[in-house]
Design a protein around this ligand. Structure first.
Ligand SMILES: Cc1cc2nc3c(=O)[nH]c(=O)nc-3n(C[C@H](O)[C@H](O)[C@H](O)COP(=O)(O)OP(=O)(O)OC[C@H]3O[C@@H](n4cnc5c(N)ncnc54)[C@H](O)[C@@H]3O)c2cc1C
Length: 153
């Protein structure tokens, strides 16, 4: 929905869930596209990519900005060691790039899975899938894995 309106959103909710929401009570509305991008490398010489410049993940798990903050938190001591202590930090930077790219790839995969599970499906397929999930989810080990994945742990 590139130009959302309260009426169009209410219609979408009604179509997907059968629930009628009060259009008049809308106080704000915005739309966004979902991107999944991962830079091939985060470090090139003295140039470092962090945040969305390095990785864009679906917002479904609330991970994007957290990943960026974690990038920054890990990068600061490396910059400090270079600028303040005069250390050669080439190796630390390379390891940082690999570590943070791996973390971003994991978050992107989990968010992608959660997105896929939330996509609309024909009612019959959805009912069958939910019944299957309900049964499988009764197994404690599976239940815990699903819970961890869905909450992006
Ligand atoms: C709907 C939605 C919900 C989200 N919810 C969450 C959440 O709950 N938790 C979470 O952790 N993350 C969430 N995110 C992700 C989060 O918003 C982003 O990961 C985060 O904003 C990225 O921060 P950033 O500083 O790396 O990049 P940006 O926020 O994109 O900032 C980059 C800035 O650089 C500026 N800029 C670009 N080019 C130039 C230029 N040439 N010169 C100068 N300035 C420039 C841009 O204008 C922008 O202000 C959500 C995202 C969306 C879309």
């Amino acid at each position: 929905m590139s130009s959302p309106t309260p009426g169009a959103l209410a219609q979408l909710i009604a179509d997907r869930t059968g629930v009628a929401v009060d259009v008049g009570s809308t106080s704000m509305l915005s739309a966004f596209d979902v991107y999944r991008r991962l830079a091939q490398r985060f470090v090139a010489g003295r140039t470092v990519l962090i945040g969305d410049a390095a990785h864009q993940v679906s917002p479904i798990g609330g991970q994007g900005m957290n990943l960026g903050w974690l990038d920054a938190t890990e990068l600061v001591p490396i910059i400090r060691a270079s600028l303040v202590d005069g250390d050669d930090v080439g190796r630390e930077l390379a390891a940082f790039g690999v570590r943070r790219r791996r973390a971003a790839a994991t978050a992107a995969r989990q968010a992608h899975l959660n997105m896929a599970l939330g996509r609309p499906l024909p009612r019959r397929v959805l009912t069958a899938r939910n019944a299957l999930f309900g049964r499988v989810n009764a197994v404690p080990a599976v239940h815990n894995t699903i819970a961890r994945t869905f909450t992006m742990q």
